[in-house]
Design a protein around this ligand. Structure first.
Ligand code: FAD
Length: 318
């Protein structure tokens, strides 16, 4: 079922969902099921599976020479989605990225998804490879998420890349995109970022999932600004509790967000990592209670494969 239908069927009740990463190459799918099982009691109508682009690694040969090889650490987004749908009978939402795909490969991937019965995709540009200092589009691939959204929308209208196909079947994907309450880090300012978010919605995106945030006022302001810009699709807050003190530095560095002073002070006052985790979970429970009062359609958790903190939060909320 489409995410927008799950939301409208809920008639204003806040839903629970989460995101996880596909297994590292060489690991079994069991790890994914172990990360999902403890969260199923909260009835997630959908589960997101991220996509990791290939990166370059250096292999040393016996003669000392280094060979640069392309390597995908977590290769199985689509298969992980299929396994989740098969086992749990819930919708799985694959993240689809521009990086690493030609337009032709994107189109073929979407045909695979359609045949697997996947109804939703989260269309993203994708992160830069670790070995690159900035995002480099694949030759003949999409450069921005808005281009990818347009491609999926075109297929939803029966328009494929090669218009020599007569009577091509229309796909019927519900398309989600990313939004950044604290601005995407490459954008010169929030308003410019908003104009591109609006473009993604104008191209056919039907829901937005936000980057994580720790101050609900940022979400509130973001929703208000979206509405003022004519962006009227559901806006799903993306959430992640702080569980260790290193994240005070790591999360702002990686995700370009602010951690509120009160939360920072509370974490700095802890004398053990166990206490830090309790502070992080308590903060997130309070955030979730307020977000539900604000009418957030879904509380969507970035579990990173560790269900325990999310389970504790969900127990307090749902
Ligand atoms: P875009 O919407 O394309 O925006 C990228 C930047 O370009 C922004 O600064 C924007 O303002 C600007 N821009 C957009 N359109 C134009 C234009 N036409 N002209 C000029 N500038 C423009 N990454 C992964 O690799 N895999 C994942 O699974 C993944 N999942 C994610 C899930 C969520 C909910 C979120 C919030 C992020 C996720 N990411 C993932 C990270 C994401 O790929 C990065 O944040 C990436 O840098 C931007 O992706 P985007 O889709 O927002 O890009």
């Amino acid at each position: 079922m489409k995410i927008i239908d799950h939301i409208s069927n809920a008639k204003g009740k806040t839903l629970f969902s989460f995101e996880l990463l596909p297994p590292i190459k060489g690991q079994s799918i069991k790890g994914i099921f172990d990360a999902i099982d403890p969260l199923m009691e909260f009835n997630p109508p959908f589960i997101d599976v991220t996509y990791l682009r290939e990166d370059y690694i250096y292999k040393q040969h016996s003669n000392g020479l280094l060979e640069k090889v392309a390597y995908r650490k977590r290769p199985s987004t689509v298969a992980t989605c299929a396994a989740i749908m098969n086992k749990y009978k819930v919708d799985a939402v694959p993240h689809l990225i521009c990086g690493g795909f030609t337009k032709e490969e994107t189109e073929n991937a979407l045909i695979d998804l359609q045949f697997l019965g996947i109804d939703n995709v989260l269309a993203l540009r994708g992160d830069a490879r670790k070995s690159d200092s900035m995002f480099i589009p694949t030759p003949n691939g999409h450069a921005y998420a808005s281009d990818l959204v347009k491609h999926v929308s075109d297929m939803n209208k029966g328009k494929y890349l090669h218009d020599d196909m007569d009577s091509a079947e229309k796909t019927d994907f519900c398309i989600g995109v990313a939004g950044y309450p604290e601005k995407h880090f490459e954008s010169p300012n929030l308003d410019t970022d908003f104009s591109y978010l609006k473009l993604k919605v104008d191209m056919g995106a039907e829901f937005i999932v936000t980057q994580m945030f720790f101050d609900n006022q940022k979400y509130k302001a973001f929703v208000e600004k979206c509405r003022a810009h004519g962006i009227n699709v559901p806006i799903i807050p993306g959430l992640k509790p702080i569980t260790n003190s290193k994240q005070l530095i790591g999360l702002p560095k990686i995700f370009h967000l602010d951690i509120p002073l009160d939360l920072t002070n509370a974490i700095q006052a802890c004398s053990t990592e166990k206490q830090v985790k309790e502070v992080g979970i308590e903060w997130m429970i309070n955030q979730c209670k307020e977000l539900r009062e604000m009418g957030a359609p879904v509380l969507h958790f970035y579990t990173m494969g560790n269900p325990e903190p999310t389970k504790r939060i969900a127990q307090a909320i749902f």
